[in-house]
Design a protein around this ligand. Structure first.
Ligand code: BES
Ligand code: MN
Ligand code: ZN
Length: 492
């Protein structure tokens, strides 16, 4: 679907949407087109009890300038809620048979119009994303028909294009993440993930480096390699470098859990619902999409993205419960449960990024624990951090971007729960506080003085029902969050 802006209407637009701000006395705020359309159209609006509530829509036929048009009044709420307005329009029209939509936002106050129009475009872009490539028999009525959205902004055209440019990069990052997350595990496995990232990011100037299993063995990454041991697929450590500061700033590291399929290993998961574990690489997907977003808008920031990519499978070579592995840090781990594999991947990735790039800030993203979904459901990702300012900045970026976060605790009592009788630590605690002990495990690999935040996004990567900005399926959670953080903190 193409999205564009124009100062004026072309006249041959037959499907026209007009935003309306909510509040008392709606008649006074109806667009002038409705006056021209006459009493029948206004009666239709009244009959629908349309009040401009964000995301509500009323459709009328109206004769405007001598031509019959379909006019959609779309509620923008009191706060110019472009996301809900745009989402409602796309939800209604994407598969409606219509091909072209014009949204005329010139009634919006000129001081706020560019931002509103750009956010509308973002919503249209995100809400219209589909993953249909494997559906060869999709009924015609379910196929997207809407090809273009044109937003009419009057003399705010320059400011709108300027506001849209970074949001467009962000939308492309989200789309890329959603594709990676949606692809099944026979298509996306560590090596193919790397190839997709290379194809998408290198043209934008992101430098890619890849460590294969031999390189990781040389470095002593026994925890990450232990997870990969039962798989036919070769593990990969993907490194993506973007420096928009010309070497002026130290890098911030984003680290993603990229388990391209999680069977649980020898601690095998139950069969029901196991297909969900194709998206156990959602943390890596978010990091990779965030790199797409920040490179796409040429962010003036220095960021390295690291993805620990492995497949967790049970075979004759797979690691067993009770095995002791040695991590790159030198610390040893008793693997009580081979299904607690994400932390084993992250610990070596974090040790490596510290030794290689000396980042002062590390943010890791992972679909780490089912317990996180029990705690926060699908509304907030959990954030664990050793630094209040970092946590606050990420929570604020979450609020701005829509990828919401809620702070979770860390502490010595939780840390003790993963002490092992045979090794330095075990990879699981008891059932209680499962997300927190997972975070404590990772904390043991963060160097003194490094600011670190761990984002457990197990409940956020995949949606079983449509949301404002996504169809059911991959959400792209984390991309807009990291992009916003870069903008607010690293580029400030
Ligand atoms: N990838 C899972 C966590 C998960 C579960 C993410 C459901 C999204 C939806 C992770 O590797 C895992 O299996 N965690 C275990 C940990 C347990 C063995 C301590 C879990 O949550 O059950
Ligand atoms: Mn697991
Ligand atoms: Zn997992």
């Amino acid at each position: 679907m193409s999205i564009s802006f124009s100062p004026d209407r072309s006249g041959d637009d037959v499907l026209l949407a007009l935003p309306v701000i909510s509040g008392e006395g709606i008649e006074g705020r109806l667009p002038p087109e409705l006056a021209e359309a006459g009493p029948i159209a206004r009666a239709a609006v009244a009959a629908a009890r349309f009040n401009g509530e964000a995301g509500s829509i009323v459709e009328v036929l109206a004769e405007i300038g001598g031509a019959v048009k379909r006019v959609l009044l779309v509620g923008a709420g009191t706060a110019l809620d472009a996301e809900r307005a745009g989402s409602a329009l796309i939800t209604k029209l994407l598969t409606s048979g219509d091909t072209a939509l014009t949204i005329d936002v010139r009634s919006i106050d000129s001081a706020k119009r560019a931002e509103f129009a750009a956010r509308l475009a973002l919503a249209a872009s995100l809400r219209s994303w589909r993953f249909d490539i494997y559906r060869t028999k999709l009924p015609a009525r379910q196929k997207p028909t809407l090809e273009s959205v044109t937003i009419i902004v009057g003399d705010a055209i320059g400011a709108t294009e300027e506001a849209w440019s970074p949001l467009k990069a962000s939308a492309k990052g989200v789309a890329f993440t959603r594709t990676l997350v949606s692809e099944p595990a026979n298509i996306i496995y560590p090596e193919s993930f790397v190839e997709r990232a290379r194809a998408e990011l290198e043209p934008l100037g992101v430098e890619i480096e890849v460590l294969d299993e031999a390189a990781m063995r040389e470095l002593g990454m026994g925890a990450l390699l232990g997870v990969s041991q039962g798989s036919e697929r070769e593990a990969q450590l993907l490194v993506m470098k973007w420096d928009g500061t010309g070497g002026a700033a130290d890098p911030v590291a984003f680290v993603g859990k990229g388990v391209t399929f999680d069977t649980g290993g020898i601690s095998l998961k139950p069969g029901a619902g196991m297909e969900d574990m194709k998206w156990d690489m959602g943390g890596a997907g978010a990091v990779t999409g965030a790199m797409r977003a920040i490179a796409g808008r040429k962010a003036k920031a220095h960021v390295v993205g690291i993805c620990g990519l492995v497949e967790n499978m049970p075979d004759g070579k797979a690691q067993r419960p009770g095995d002791v592995v040695k991590t790159m840090s030198g610390q040893t781990v008793e693997v009580i449960n081979t299904d607690a594999e994400g932390r084993l991947v992250l610990c070596d990735a974090i040790t490596w990024v510290q030794s290689r790039f000396k980042p002062k800030t590390i943010i890791d993203l992972a679909t780490l624990t089912g317990a996180m979904i029990i705690s926060l459901g699908h509304e907030y990702g959990g954030i664990f951090s050793n630094d209040d300012a970092l946590a606050d900045a990420l929570i604020a970026a979450g609020r701005t971007s829509g990828d919401k976060l809620w702070r979770m605790p860390l502490g010595e009592a939780y840390d003790k729960m993963i002490d092992s009788p045979i090794a330095d630590m075990k990879n699981v605690g008891e059932r209680a506080a499962g997300s927190i002990t997972a975070a404590q495990f990772i904390a043991r690999f963060v160097d003194e003085g490094v600011k670190w935040a761990h984002l457990d996004i197990a409940g956020m990567v995949w949606a079983s029902k449509p949301g404002t900005l996504w169809e059911k399926g991959a959400t792209g959670y984390g991309v807009r969050l990291l992009d916003q953080y870069v903008k607010d903190v690293l580029e400030a």
